[in-house]
Ligand binder design. Structure first.
Ligand code: ZN
Length: 520
């Protein structure tokens, strides 16, 4: 007796349909193995034999006293994990005649890990699987309760949350015999979900003082620029970075889907459905290369992909391993990351805004009101730990001094502006850029090529003089030149000005403090 069941394997952030054939044959010799699984399974699938057997018996079904052969196809797709437990168990029940009149599961896709007692445990990648199933024309999806909300975001497929193997088997039997069903498909109000909420847990109105740093973050959001904070410990660098997602434009529905897929594949969505806030990731400085850009024998997304369409915050930048920072260059350039393995290579999206922070010197107090105990050599060595090529991709450097006592107490300063107000200006500036650059296939000022910089950042003689003065007298490096122009373009866009004016150039020059004060 041959019975067909269906599931899907997660591959990168997408899923591929896996056909599961279950064949029952009478045993010839006593020593014939009970269950054989073929089709490149890894050890997890081999272990699943015992789980499936126990789950079937504990769900009050018979385990067939026959030779059971299970084939997972296509064989070329590497499969891992326990998510095939449920479809294999259903296939065995089907082959044994325990699913009613139905003779295959071609219209029903299932996945989930089984416990020994038959309960169904959640797995990773539910959203990707639901999308693939829907696109393959499959009508129904049986899946663990915990994964259901996420999968139900997908239109055009019925999503049935099931708690245990018996419930899943009875549901299929009811479907095949046209009986009333005990489990109804989960329906979500997609239209309401599409209205991505704009409230955040954090807000710029909570940050006292730090006007320069806040302004720099507004410019970074408006032009898609990466940003570096330099300041002593306790000056609020983390607090500022944490609030950057609140002034970026709200997510589109498709963007929210993409972010949710990445988190789902990494097993980070839990019971929640769609992720509607831009991510903020701040890996510790001990993070490994694989942790940062992704890895594993079947690669999983790293922090750069989990920060996709949001913010990657690297606190204490010089403390990170140099080789770890080196691998950031590819995703920062390509907005995606490719992980190569012997047999294949996988690509994950990684379009993030980088916010980095560092102390000005090893003791932390260089240039501040407290005395610095480091000598010049120590300061230079500390700063040179961050590679030039990485610094080349950070347009804005800004000093974040310790907050003055008066500012901390809210004296002499007006109320801080709320994120929603700042965001309105950011959105307007982004619209201006899109109009200007869209034809060139570029979406923000920070992504302009040298040729585009020459076209869109023309300077009058006054601005030209200011820039030349900064380059020569203040000793700014050549690498600073194009960055200043790009940032000046964004400042002019925020100011709704067609041309870059001298005020815009002067402000942009100020955001090169590292070149000026520490680097050169
Ligand atoms: Zn120091």
């Amino acid at each position: 007796m041959l019975f067909l069941s269906q599931s899907a394997a997660v591959y990168g952030i997408d899923a591929l349909i896996v056909d599961i054939e279950v064949n029952l044959q009478p045993m010839i010799k006593k020593e014939d193995s009970y269950v054989t699984i073929v089709g490149l399974p890894d050890t997890a699938i081999r272990e699943s034999r015992e789980r499936i057997r126990s789950a079937i018996l504990n769900s009050s079904y018979f385990f067939p006293f026959q030779k059971v052969t299970i084939n997972l196809a296509p064989a070329a797709v590497r499969k891992e994990g326990a998510s095939f437990d449920l479809p294999i168990a259903l296939g065995i029940l089907g082959a044994n005649g325990d699913l009613g009149k139905i003779d295959n599961l071609n219209n029903i896709l299932s996945f989930g890990e089984l416990s020994l007692d038959g309960r169904i445990r959640p797995v990773r990648g539910a959203l990707s699987i639901a999308l693939t199933a829907r696109n393959s024309g499959i009508k129904s999806l049986l899946l663990p309760e915990e994964n259901a909300t996420e999968a139900a975001v997908v239109n055009g497929i019925d999503v049935y949350p099931v708690r245990d193997l018996r419930e899943a088997a009875l549901l299929i039997q009811e479907m095949s015999e046209g009986e009333p069903r005990r489990v109804e498909p989960l329906t979500l109000d997609i239209e309401t979900m599409k209205q991505i909420p704009s409230e955040h847990r954090f807000d710029f109105s909570e940050v006292r003082g730090q006007a320069t740093a806040k302004r720099a973050l507004e410019i970074a959001s408006a032009g898609g620029h990466n940003i570096l904070f330099i300041g002593p410990p306790g000056s609020g660098k983390t607090m500022l970075a944490r609030r950057l997602p609140t002034v970026l434009p709200p997510l589109e529905f498709e963007e929210a889907l993409e972010i949710t897929k990445i988190h789902s594949v990494a097993g980070l969505t839990g019971r929640s459905g769609l992720i509607t806030e831009r991510p903020f990731k701040n890996p510790h400085h001990t993070v490994s290369q694989a942790g940062l850009i992704g890895g594993g024998s079947i690669p999983r997304p790293g922090e750069v992909s989990l920060a996709h369409l949001g913010v990657l915050f690297l606190d204490e930048l010089p403390e990170f391993d140099r080789s770890v920072l080196e691998v950031l260059r590819q995703p920062m350039e390509d907005k995606q990351v490719t992980i190569s393995r012997a047999a294949t290579s996988l690509t994950f999206p990684a379009n993030f805004t980088l916010v980095a922070s560092m102390n000005p010197c090893p003791c932390g107090y260089f240039g501040s009101t407290r005395p610095c105990t480091c000598n010049e050599f120590q300061v230079r060595r500390y700063i040179s730990r961050v590679s030039g090529p990485l610094m080349d991709r950070i347009d804005i450097h800004v000093d974040v001094p310790a907050v003055k006592f008066n500012e901390l107490r809210g004296k002499g300063v007006g109320p801080s502006e709320a994120s929603a107000e700042i965001r309105k200006r950011v959105i307007r500036a982004r619209e201006v850029q899109l109009k200007r650059l869209n034809g060139d296939g570029v979406f923000s000022n920070s992504a302009m090529s040298p040729k585009q910089i020459r076209t869109y950042c023309e300077l009058d003689s006054k601005c030209e003089a200011l820039l030349e003065d900064a380059m020569t007298r203040q000793g700014l490096s050549a690498r600073a030149h194009d960055r200043i122009l790009k940032v000046a373009r964004t400042i002019a866009d925020l100011d709704a000005k067609e041309n870059i004016e001298s005020g815009h150039i002067s402000e942009a020059i100020n955001y090169r403090s590292l070149d000026r004060n520490y680097w050169a």
